[in-house]
Design a protein around this ligand. Structure first.
Ligand code: PHE
Length: 340
């Protein structure tokens, strides 16, 4: 009797094929479950006469192992089939992935960072929402002074002491508050001015301003630093020209032009036939500014300069309309592919 059962189970596992993992589980229950066929054999085993127990016991144990192996093999087979179906087809052609590019403003900023870091300047940042002291008063703008009108400021109506910074000179002030000379910093960031948006002006733009304070810093140091900057940015044969100007926080002050790279100084549409392009404002830090920031102007002197990043990018990449920088049109941005 028990021999027949063993033979029948053997036959079944030799011929059955599971179709799914669910089938395999059903088979496991059918053979090895609590009331399964193999489990029942162990009950039958109790009835087997003692002298045959050895032999039958071995058979039943073998069978149990065999069934277990069969179940395992089926599980593996069907499991693998499923994984295989999910595997990516390596022969398929891949979708082309667009590689991004850096925004031209970031490109110029990064370039300025490395130009100035090479000569020992540190990059520092500060808040965009500022107070009057950091943007104006500490920079020698007296209250009610018309010089404040040079920069069309966004004030907060409820509290005119709070404003959006109009230049990153405010960060230079913060650098003077928190460190002692020698100070050598560049201050990049967004600035805000209440200007009508056009091809040449925007109410948001980026500046990188620089400040150097130490003993014996002279105008010659300023000029040489700016010449170094112009040559690094626009090429070794670039010339610079300084024109007298006015800023409340520098004395003397100057505006700096670089020779037009496009026409080599001969005059063209880009430089409006002058041969020169205006790029930045600069000057020797006014002694009042040093005093306001607890630096003794009898001991220390310094220079400062500020560049408009959009303007530099316009000159460098021949971009005619400032608004393109803010629209994030991929047709514009993808032209900077590959520019590091
Ligand atoms: N802060 C000035 C501006 O925003 C630029 C500047 C900086 C000029 C430092 C002179 C010295 O226009």
């Amino acid at each position: 009797m028990i021999y027949n059962k063993i033979a029948s189970i053997k036959e079944q596992i030799a011929t059955i094929k599971a179709e799914s993992l669910k089938d395999v589980e059903d088979l496991r229950i059918k053979f090895l479950g609590k009331k399964g066929l193999v489990t029942e054999l162990f009950n039958d085993f109790r009835e087997v006469p003692n002298e045959m127990k050895r032999e039958v016991g071995a058979l039943v144990n073998d069978l149990k192992n065999q069934v277990q192996e069969f179940i395992n093999a089926e599980k593996e087979r069907l499991g693998n089939v499923k994984v295989a179906a999910n595997k990516p087809d390596l022969t398929l052609q891949s979708e082309p992935i667009e590689i991004g590019s850096r925004h031209p403003i970031s490109l110029i900023k990064n370039e300025l960072y490395s130009i100035f870091q090479a000569i020992g300047y540190k990059v520092v940042e500060g808040p965009e929402i500022e107070d009057d002291w950091h943007v104006f008063s500490s920079l020698n703008f007296p209250p009610e002074h018309p010089a404040r009108d040079m920069q069309d400021t966004f004030f907060i109506e409820k509290n005119p002491d709070i404003l959006l910074r109009t230049h990153t000179s405010s960060v230079q002030v913060r650098a003077m508050e928190t460190s002692k000379p020698p100070i050598r910093v560049i201050c990049p960031g967004r600035v805000f001015r209440n200007e009508a948006i056009s091809a040449r002006a925007h109410c948001i733009f980026h500046q990188v301003e620089g400040l150097y304070i130490d003993k014996n810093v002279s105008f010659a140091d300023l000029k040489q630093t700016l010449l170094y900057l112009a040559r690094e940015l626009f090429g070794a044969d670039t010339k610079i020209r300084l024109r007298p100007s006015f800023f409340p926080f520098t004395e003397p002050s100057a505006e700096v032009d670089v020779s037009c790279k496009l026409c080599g100084g001969k005059g063209c549409g880009v430089c409006k036939y002058t041969g020169w392009l205006e790029v930045l404002g600069c000057g020797m830090v006014d002694p009042n500014v040093l005093r306001y920031n607890n630096i003794d102007p009898e001991v220390y002197s310094g220079f400062a300069f500020g560049v408009g990043v959009e303007r530099l990018a316009m000159l460098k990449y021949q971009v005619k309309d400032l608004r393109l920088y803010f629209e994030n049109d991929v047709r514009f941005l993808e032209q900077f592919h590959g520019v590091i």
